[in-house]
Design a protein around this ligand. Structure first.
Ligand SMILES: Nc1ncnc2c1ncn2[C@@H]1O[C@H](COP(=O)(O)OP(=O)(O)OP(=O)(O)O)[C@@H](O)[C@H]1O
Length: 394
C-alpha cells in the first residue's frame, strides 16, 4: 500500500475518489478496511479526517498534543456526535450520518483501553472481569474470558483488588477486560503512558501477543516513537485535526513530515533474518535487504525474523568503504533525498539500501564537504541498531 500524504486539497480529492457508501446498518461493506470520515468542529479546533485503514494489525495514531488523536478515537467510539460522520469496520456499518445510521457506543463492538485502567476498586480482578463480561453479553463469554486471562497472563491476579496491583498489571487487566465483548476493534489511548520505562517493557509483549494471536485490528494512540515503531503496522500522523501522512509503518516513518515530528527519535525500520551467531563476541549476524548487519544480542536460532530500529542519529555516510573503523555495519546505499532536519545545522538523508529505507542525520557542512547529491552511491555506517521485535522463531 502506498503512503498517502494529505494536504487540504488532497483531502477533498480523496473524498471524491472514494465515494461514501450509504445504506442501512448491517449492509455488507468492504471486509478488509476500517473506513472513516469525520468532520468535527469545536470552537478553536476543527477535525476533518478521511482515512482507509487496514482491517487488521496495529494502526498507530501519532501527533503533537492537541492534534486530535483522542477526539478521533472518541468519534469512532460514538462519543462525539457531529454531523457528517461515516464509519465502517471490516464490513460492518457503524455510522453513516447521511443515511441516518448511528450505532450508539454500547452497540459498537469495540474495546477501549485508556491511559489509566479505571477498574472498580471494591471488586477483585475476577469481579471486574465478570462485571465487564455480563455487560458484554458475548455468547461464548466463558471461553473469551479464559482466553483473555491466559493471553494477558493475569490468572494469578484474579483474587486481588486493583489497589494491590502494579500499574503494569492493572493495564494488563484493563486490556483483558476490553477483549471480553469480543470486539471487532480495539481502541488504545496511550495505554502505557502512566507506566515507567521498565513497566512499559513488561506490558508491551502482552500487547504484541494480543496483536499476533487475535485478528482484532487496533488503533493505538501514543506519543512514544519507540512504541509506535515497535507495534505499528500502519502509521497515521495527525496535525491540527488533519491527516498529514498515512501508510505502512516502514514507509511512513521515513517521510520528512514524520521525521520532523519525531525530532531526535527519527529513524527507520529494518527487517532482518538471523544468519549466524557469533557467541564469542555476543553478536548476531543478520541478513537484511541492504547487506549483512551485526547486532549485540543473545543467541537466536538462524532463520529467526527480527525487526530493528535504526535511528537517523546513529547513521553516518562515507563515499568509500571504511577500513580500520570500529563500526561493524556498513551498507551500500543510494541517496534518495536530502531534506531539512529539525535543527538548522543538520540535514536528513533518505537512503535506499537494497530496497530498505534508511535515514542518516548529518551536518550541512559534511553534506557540502562530501558533495552529496540525490542519486549518489554511498556507504551507510550504522553505529547502533535496536532490536524491536522478533526472537520467537520463524
Ligand atoms: N470536550 C472538549 N471541548 C472542547 N474542546 C476540546 C474538548 N476535548 C478536546 N478539545 C480540544 O480539541 C483538540 C484536540 O484534542 P485531543 O484531546 O483530541 O488531542 P490529542 O491529540 O489527543 O492530545 P493529547 O496528545 O494531548 O492527548 C484540542 O485543541 C483540545 O483542546
Amino acid at each position: 500500500m502506498a503512503v498517502r500524504r494529505h494536504a487540504g486539497d488532497q483531502l477533498c480529492r480523496l473524498a471524491a475518489a472514494v465515494p461514501l457508501q450509504s445504506g442501512a446498518e448491517g449492509a455488507v461493506k468492504d471486509a478488509g478496511v476500517i473506513r472513516l470520515r469525520f468532520d468535527i468542529r469545536r470552537s478553536g479546533f476543527a477535525m476533518q479526517v478521511r482515512l482507509d485503514l487496514p482491517g487488521r494489525g496495529v494502526s498507530a495514531l501519532f501527533g503533537h498534543s492537541g492534534s486530535g488523536k483522542t477526539t478521533l478515537l472518541r468519534a469512532i467510539a460514538g462519543l462525539e456526535r457531529h454531523a457528517g460522520g461515516y464509519l465502517e469496520v471490516n464490513g460492518e456499518l457503524w455510522q453513516d450520518d447521511a443515511a441516518g445510521v448511528f450505532l450508539p457506543t454500547h452497540r459498537r463492538a469495540l474495546g477501549y483501553v485508556f491511559q489509566e485502567a479505571s477498574l472498580f476498586a471494591h471488586l477483585t480482578v475476577q469481579g471486574n472481569l465478570d462485571f465487564a463480561r455480563k455487560r458484554a453479553r458475548a455468547a461464548d463469554g466463558a471461553a473469551v474470558m479464559a482466553h483473555a486471562v491466559a493471553l494477558l497472563g493475569i490468572g494469578h491476579l484474579l483474587e486481588r483488588r486493583p489497589g494491590g496491583l502494579s500499574g503494569g498489571e492493572r493495564q494488563r487487566v484493563a486490556i483483558a477486560r476490553a477483549m471480553l465483548g469480543a470486539p471487532r476493534l480495539l481502541l488504545l489511548d496511550e495505554p502505557l503512558a502512566s507506566l515507567d520505562g521498565r513497566r512499559k517493557d513488561d506490558v508491551l509483549p502482552y500487547l504484541e501477543r494480543v496483536q499476533a494471536e487475535l485478528a482484532i485490528p487496533m488503533l493505538y494512540v501514543s506519543h512514544s516513537t519507540q512504541e509506535v515503531a515497535r507495534l505499528a503496522d500502519h502509521i497515521v500522523l495527525l496535525d491540527g485535526g488533519r491527516v498529514v501522512a498515512s501508510g505502512p509503518a516502514a514507509d511512513t516513518l521515513v517521510l520528512p513530515e514524520v521525521t520532523r515530528a519525531m525530532l531526535d527519535e527519527a529513524g527507520a525500520l529494518v527487517d532482518g533474518v538471523v544468519d549466524s551467531v557469533d557467541a564469542a563476541y555476543g553478536l548476531l549476524c543478520l541478513s537484511a535487504a541492504g547487506g549483512t548487519m551485526y547486532i549485540a544480542h543473545a543467541a537466536l536460532a538462524p532463520g529467526t525474523r527480527l525487526r530493528l530500529r535504526v535511528l537517523a542519529r546513529d547513521v553516518s555516510v562515507a563515499l568509500v568503504a571504511q577500513e580500520g573503523s570500529s563500526i561493524l555495519n556498513q551498507l551500500r546505499a543510494t541517496v534518495v533525498a536530502i531534506e531539512a532536519g529539525s535543527e538548522a545545522a543538520h540535514l536528513m538523508l533518505r537512503l535506499d539500501a537494497g530496497g530498505t529505507a534508511l535515514l542518516a542525520r548529518i551536518t550541512r557542512r559534511s553534506c557540502d564537504q562530501l558533495g552529496l547529491a540525490v542519486g549518489m552511491p554511498v556507504w551507510a555506517q550504522v553505529k547502533a541498531a535496536a532490536l524491536l521485535s522478533g526472537g520467537s522463531g520463524g
